[in-house]
Design a protein around this ligand. Structure first.
Ligand code: ASP
Ligand code: CP
Length: 312
């Protein structure tokens, strides 16, 4: 595999392969010196045109744990501010010889465009409303770790689905592994083509709560909304928020997941985030091993070899 732009680039077999490799890299991450020489001599460049905490840092940690070099790039302190285009920026960074570019951009399709401007592998770290494949991978890994498998699980994705690239990638990943997905959102926050998605849709969170294995909450992504789609956040929370009362009606052992960042008290009550079935920190932790697996699959000379070994 040269690039990872969409969950569809992997399919069910590819997702399972990433999870299998992530098991090995989880073990590496628990060593006193959490580093292997698997990608020594490789360089991974970060190209983040949009804010990020988790994705950017975990890709950097993942690359370093594989002994790759990391090139950072921050729009706010780069020549993008002097008017340099994405294409020229990619050309410039590519001239320094990176092996992979990790790209986040507010417009859908930019990582795909970047593949035409570089010989490096390109990883989509979130493009507009389109996709965020490594988020979906770490979510599959977290569900598999907690519940044993994704297959057969009943997963409710709750909130601002319309503006969520996470929802698009997660729906593809969860359903390709055999989960049953139900979207729950106000009609204004559902995507227009939702009828063609392989999901059920409900307008009542209360109706689906007692019959699910996972509730996956999404942030109301105001920065991606051009119009006022909600009467008020208070009304939104009253009808669509995972409150303490609602969380108490979840089946025993059901997971509460969220990609982060969370707006505490809007989509999920703070007390619910502190419960042992809330997996937000685990998702972040697994993100490192899963991104190590993705970098390894893209960049290792022979990804079939066992990625073991001691760092020098
Ligand atoms: N961090 C995720 C994303 O970049 C989710 C979010 O921002 O709400 O899509
Ligand atoms: N979940 C996620 O992508 O978080 P960041 O936006 O902080 O990277």
């Amino acid at each position: 595999m040269k690039h990872l732009l969409s969950i569809n680039d992997l399919g069910a077999d590819g997702i399972n392969e990433v999870c299998r490799l992530a098991d090995l890299f989880t073990e590496v991450s628990q060593r006193p010196i959490p580093k292997v020489p698997a990608l020594r001599g490789k360089t991974v460049a970060m190209l983040f045109y949009e804010d990020s905490t988790r994705t950017r840092l975990s890709f950097e940690v993942a690359a370093r744990r594989l002994s790759a070099d990391v090139m950072g790039f921050s729009v706010s302190s780069s020549s993008v501010n002097k008017g340099e285009s994405v294409r020229d920026t990619v050309n410039t960074i590519s001239a320094m010889g990176p092996d992979a570019l990790v790209v986040r951009h507010r417009s859908a399709g930019v990582p795909h465009q970047v593949t035409g401007w570089t010989s490096a592998g390109v990883i989509n770290a979130g493009d507009g409303w389109h996709e965020h494949p490594t988020q979906a991978l770490l979510d599959c890994y977290t569900i598999r770790d907690r519940l044993g498998s994704v297959a057969g699980r009943r997963i409710v994705i709750l909130g601002d689905i319309k503006h969520s690239r996470v929802a698009r990638s997660c729906v593809m990943a969860f359903t390709s592994l055999g989960a049953k997905v139900t979207l729950v959102a106000p009609p204004t926050l559902l995507p227009p083509a939702v009828d063609s998605w392989p999901v059920d849709v409900s307008f009542s969170l209360d109706a689906v709560l007692s019959d699910c294995d996972v509730v996956y909450g999404l942030r109301v992504q105001h920065e991606r909304q051009a119009e006022a789609l909600l009467p008020s956040l208070r009304e939104y929370t009253a009808q669509w928020g995972l409150t303490v009362d609602r969380a108490a009606r979840l089946p025993v052992g059901a997971l509460v997941m969220h990609p982060g960042p969370v707006n505490r008290g809007v989509e999920i009550a703070p007390e619910v985030l502190d419960q042992p079935n809330a997996t937000l920190n685990e998702q972040v932790r697994h993100g490192v091993a899963v991104r190590m697996a993705v970098l390894y699959l893209l960049l290792a000379a022979d990804p079939d070899l066992h990625p073991e070994g001691e760092a020098s």
